[in-house]
Design a protein around this ligand. Sequence first.
Ligand code: ADP
Ligand code: MG
Length: 243
Amino acid sequence: MITVRGLTKRFGSTTVLDGVDLDIADGERVAIIGPSGTGKSTLLRCLNYLDRPDSGVIRIGDLTVDAATARPGQILALRRRTAFVFQNYALFANKTARENITEALITVQRKSRAEAEARADVILRETGLADKSGSYPAALSGGQAQRVGIGRAMALDAALMLLDEPTSALDPEWVGEVLDLMRRVAERRQTMLIVTHEMQFAREIADRVIFMEGGRIVEQGPPSQLFDAPQDTRTQNFLRRVR
Ligand code: ADP
Ligand code: MG
C-alpha cells in the first residue's frame, strides 16, 4: 500500500503541486491525465525524490518519508522501492542495452554482477530485445530504446513503477510495441502510476484514472466513470479537447 499526504512542490513563487493526497493499493494500476503544465511530471518526480517536495509524506509499505525530515538513507530506500520510466528513455548512452538494465541492479540493489546479468537476460527475452543485448542506445529505434527503459524498470521489481508519458517522444510507428509491453507489465499486476495521453490505453489497463489540473487532483474514478461520465467541468472540458 502506498500513501501520499499533502505533497507540495513550489518552483520559486509558483506552487506546482498543491497538497496532493493519493492512496494506491498493491497491484493497482493508476493512470494520470491532464493538461500540460499541471504538475503531472512533478508529482511522479517528487514520489521518488528526483524533485524534492517542499512538504508532504510518502509511505510505501513500512517506509515513511516526510519532506520535513527526510534523510539521505530514507531517500535511497524510497528510490529502491520505485522504478522510473522516462519520456525520453534516459538510457546511459555509453552502456549497452544489457548494461543499462544491470546498472541499477548492481549499484542500487547491490546484486552481484552474475545475478544482475542473469536477471537482465530474462528481461531482454521478455521485452523481445535478446538480439539487442549488446547494442548501444544510438543503434536502437525509439521503440527498442523505450522497451529497454521499461525493461530496466521491470528488472527492479519495484513496489511502484512510475511512468511519465512513455510513448510521447516516440514516432507513431513505435508507439504500438511500447503500449504492448506496458500492457504485459500491467497484466502482471505491477503497481503502477502512469502519466499518459493515450486515453484508450488508460481505459484498457487502468483500475483508476486521475484527472489533474493546477497541481491538484480534480477528479478520479474507474475509467468508465471518468471517461464516460466525468463530474467536474474541468475534466469535461479537457476530455472534449483531447477527443
Ligand atoms: P506536466 O507534466 O503536467 O506537463 P510539470 O510537472 O512538468 O507539468 O510542470 C508543472 C509546472 O512546473 C510547469 O509550469 C513547469 O514549467 C514548472 N516546472 C517544472 N519543473 C520545473 C523546474 N525544474 N523549475 C521551474 N519550474 C518547473
Ligand atoms: Mg509532464
